[in-house]
Design a protein around this ligand. Structure first.
Ligand SMILES: C[S@@+](CC[C@H](N)C(=O)[O-])C[C@H]1O[C@@H](n2cnc3c(N)ncnc32)[C@H](O)[C@@H]1O
Length: 424
């Protein structure tokens, strides 16, 4: 067996096609997929092993090798633009179809949301080994072939039904790509995902990285520009870099937590109008966290005062100005319950957002890792008849294509703001 196949660097991926799209895959020597599996497919590297699953005939065609890195719209006109996450491929020897492909892939624990690790790839490669070719020669051929060489083969289908369940290594599990959320309830047990940290999970108020990942994959394409004007420990920067998006991130903290974050006040963003494809904001929710000693930190203003919302409205205006028309702003915020007083921070902020943006949707984010999520606080909440904050709002807003008309009939609520010090 060659050195390459012995090393853990062996990766593979299954692209899918239908009876209608298969011919184009073979004619163009190009495999493609939609945004649904784009995040996994785009991680395929030159030299990885590829297979093509025909969803209609349930055949798995192999073996192919990636001849380029995966990319976005390598051939824009292929499949009429339906599958823009693409890779150029070369067959390694004769193309062989394996039957009962879906059952086989299920048995191997192979899906299309992540790359196959070494264990699964080796098992599949073994199934494609021609019966007259010894194992060593087969692996040598697969790793050294540039696709032009041919092998004199006689292929006999092998049984895979006796395969045991594949145990994936930690390394292979870390290759797992997050999935696009399908409902409006998002719950991320861990702050980060994948092999490298995203942001700093010790940073007060750090954002779950998968939340940003979901916005990035829903509302941008590779190469698009994402801006985070209050980026704290830089979670947005790390997610965007890994997903091939450009990112500019600011924070008021002097100095920012890392050198790739620009110190700036979010109420004045140094970018031109109509320039950005996605803005993400995880703003302070009031004065509950001491982020830094910078006097302009909005986290020093109580969310029980009107001023808090006035200052955040200045941030909204800037987000609106820099966004391209039709593009999205995601804003994460939580309510407050302090000293027996509830403040609907989310609703108050949302009311301001509506002045500039249209609503795409509102997502509930389960709050995890809170200091108050302990048995002691749970008991207090029950005994003293209050609730601990269990969720945050993610407001997904769109900058209208046309200037937002003032709606004369829209009713505004006259909220009463309490100063905490004046309370009895
Ligand atoms: C909830 S934290 C953001 C967490 C961040 N998304 C992360 O994952 O690390 C809010 C951030 O807003 C910043 N901030 C507060 N006032 C600001 C202002 N006027 N301009 C820019 N950033 C500000 C704070 O310094 C803090 O880092």
């Amino acid at each position: 067996m060659t050195q390459l196949l012995l090393s853990s660097a062996v990766k593979g991926y299954v692209f899918a096609c239908t009876e209608a799209s298969q011919k184009e895959c073979f004619d163009r020597k190009l495999f493609g997929t939609s945004k649904l599996y784009g995040a996994a497919a785009i991680r395929v590297k030159k030299g990885d092993f590829l297979f093509l699953l025909n969803l209609d005939s349930d055949l798995l065609y192999g073996v192919f090798k990636a001849t380029t890195e995966a990319g976005f719209n390598i051939v824009p006109e292929a499949w009429n633009g339906k599958y823009p996450y693409q890779i150029k491929v070369e067959p390694l020897g004769e193309i062989v179809p394996l039957k009962d492909a879906k059952k086989l892939l299920k048995k191997l624990g192979v899906g299309r949301s992540s790359l196959m690790g070494r264990t699964a790839v080796l098992k599949i490669l073994e199934l494609y080994r021609p019966s007259n070719v010894p194992m060593n020669n087969w692996y040598q051929f697969l790793t050294q072939s540039e696709g032009s060489q041919s092998l004199s083969v006689s292929f006999e289908p092998k049984t895979w039904q006796l395969f045991g369940q594949i145990q994936r290594t930690k390394e292979e599990e870390n290759e797992e790509v997050p999935q696009l959320q399908a409902t409006t309830l998002w719950d991320f047990p861990k702050q980060s995902y994948g092999k490298t940290p995203k942001g700093d999970n010790k940073y007060a108020g750090v954002t779950p990285a998968e939340l940003i990942w979901n916005l990035v994959w829903r509302y941008t394409e590779p190469g698009d520009l994402v801006v985070d004007p209050m980026c704290g420990s830089g979670t947005t920067l790390d997610v965007c870099r890994e997903e091939g998006r450009k990112a500019i991130c600011y924070d008021i903290a002097p100095p920012p937590s890392r050198s790739d974050i620009i110190q700036n006040d979010a109420r004045e963003i140094p970018l031109p109008d109509n320039h950005v494809d996605l803005v993400f904001v995880d703003s302070p929710y009031g004065d509950n966290i001491r982020y830094n000693d910078q006097p302009d930190c909005i986290g020093k203003i109580s969310s029980e005062t009107k001023r808090f919302y006035d200052e955040l409205e200045k941030v909204m205006k800037e987000c609106h100005r820099i966004l391209k028309p039709g593009k999205v702003l995601g804003w994460l915020i939580g309510d407050q319950w302090v000293k027996k007083e509830f403040t609907p921070v989310g609703f108050l902020l949302y009311e301001r957002l509506l002045k500039y943006f249209e609503t795409v949707d509102i997502i509930t984010i389960v709050r995890r890792g809170q200091a108050s999520h302990t048995g002691l606080w749970y008991n207090r909440a029950r005994r003293f008849n209050f609730y601990l904050r269990g969720f945050k709002y993610l407001f997904i807003m769109r900058k209208p294509l046309l200037k937002k008309k003032e709606n004369k009939n829209q009713r505004t609520i006259n909220w009463t703001y309490y100063e905490r010090n004046n309370k009895s």
